[in-house]
Write a protein that binds this ligand. Structure first.
Ligand SMILES: Nc1nc2c(c(=O)[nH]1)N[C@H]1C(S)=C(S)[C@@H](COP(=O)(O)O)O[C@H]1N2
Ligand SMILES: [Mo]
Length: 398
């Protein structure tokens, strides 16, 4: 009994930490405002989640024994079962979200898991908060202690209780799902999507789209980009000062100005975009310069094994092996669905690596450096796999 109450006391702050850190990871305004702390917040969320689930499941037997504890308060057996369902959903979906990048899953199934995770979190507010309040409330030290076993609830009542809580939780989750769905529908109104993102770049001339780009070969992307940046500010580019540098282990280091960059031959491709956190964007038409062509231009020295990529603010970096860089669909994109890439989405030039998770897709790309040793990118330093293949590869790149 004492142990149980102590465990409950631990669960309450853990739950609050989970909700708060989750909100900071998920909410658009909070996420962008505190972008630099994202990896710390993510770790807090993961650790709190682990602590919470261990404590919760360890605590369950005590809760169950004690389910008829007080005649007052909610129907505890029903509430417990509903809680268990919600907790199992959040823990399982959370686990999948943590491990899926290593398992080669992506696409709609993962997007659904992501929605389930957030749905369960929302439902848990409805279920867990009243439960925790009830369980942690200091009960009057009754002279004749409330007998634990006297007031047995008939089974029918707890089943009804369970259904009631489950129904409530489902309603909350459904309302949330509807809201998400409406947002998704809004995002699918293609003509409005790109215009919704900030464009602070001043690039002239603007790139002239190839016929495959405009109208976009892919028919216009579906889904919704979340604007991710660990940089404090979105860097704005100006064609007068913008430069693209290629250096390191190359024969002819190069600095390209915007006009030079636009003269390079471009190709068009349609690809999907999967963030490692469980959201995707589909059928994006990108037009850009293949990195293989850029490498040919500068001449790669034999010692070079990797290519390191720099973003305008030099905080966010990533790298690919030379073989990966030469894949035909790896490009420095200048157009998305036939339009200039909004500064929010990494324009004027953004790296696109369709076969890898989106953290490889360095935004505000301004430079490449050929190096001999492998380099860990920003998120790779913080736990993501360096080989970010969406589908596990047999013998590709390495
Ligand atoms: N410079 C820079 N590039 C970046 C990031 C970033 O924080 N800074 N985030 C990466 C991650 S984790 C993702 S999911 C995508 C998000 O792209 P979007 O903001 O265009 O949706 O950009 C990637 N490239
Ligand atoms: Mo990401």
């Amino acid at each position: 009994m004492d142990l149980q109450r102590r465990l409950h006391r631990l669960l309450a702050p853990l739950f609050l930490i989970l909700l708060l850190s989750g909100a900071f990871l998920y909410n658009e305004a909070l996420r962008t405002r505190f972008a630099e702390y994202r990896s710390v917040i993510r770790w807090i969320h993961l650790l709190a989640g682990m602590g919470f689930s261990l404590t919760f499941f360890a605590n369950l037997p005590y809760c169950w024994q004690n389910r008829q504890g007080t005649g007052a308060g909610p129907n505890r057996a029903g509430l417990l079962l509903a809680l268990l369902a919600v907790m199992a959903t959040s823990v399982l979906s959370g686990l999948i979200l943590v491990v899926f990048p290593y398992a080669g899953w992506s696409g709609p199934a993962i997007n659904l898991i992501h929605t389930l995770h957030i749905g369960a979190a929302v439902a848990s507010i409805w279920l867990v908060l009243p439960h925790l309040l009830h369980a942690t409330r200091r009960r009057p030290q009754a002279k004749a202690p409330v007998a634990v076993t006297t007031k047995k609830q008939p089974n029918g009542q707890s089943r009804r209780g369970f259904l009631r809580y489950l129904l409530g939780g489902t309603l909350v989750a459904a309302a949330f799902g509807l809201w998400k769905w409406l947002g998704q529908q809004a995002a699918n109104i293609k003509t409005e999507t790109l215009a919704a993102f900030a464009q602070c770049n001043r690039m002239s001339p603007s790139p002239k789209p190839l016929p495959d780009s405009s109208p976009p070969k892919g028919g216009g992307y579906t889904g919704k980009f979340k604007v991710y940046k660990i940089e404090r500010e979105i860097p704005c580019a100006d064609s007068a000062s913008w430069q693209f540098q290629i250096g390191g282990l190359v024969d002819k280091p190069m600095t390209l100005r915007w006009e030079d960059f636009l003269k390079l031959p471009r190709t068009v491709q349609v690809s999907d975009f999967h963030c490692v956190e469980g959201w995707s964007v589909y059928r994006i038409t990108y037009e850009g310069v293949r990195l293989a062509d850029l490498l040919n231009l500068v001449g790669v020295k034999p010692e070079a094994r990797y290519v390191k990529f720099y973003s305008a603010e030099r905080v966010y970096t990533d790298a690919l092996s030379l073989e990966q860089t030469k894949l035909p669909d790896v490009m420095a994109a200048v157009l998305i669905d036939g339009g200039e890439i909004p500064s929010d989405l990494g324009g004027p030039v953004r790296l696109v690596v369709p076969q890898m998770f989106a953290y490889k897709a360095v935004k505000w790309l301004v430079g490449m450096e050929l190096v001999a040793a492998p380099h860990k990118g920003y998120w790779e330093e913080r736990g993501y796999p360096v080989d970010a293949w969406i589908k596990p590869q047999q013998n590709k790149g390495g």
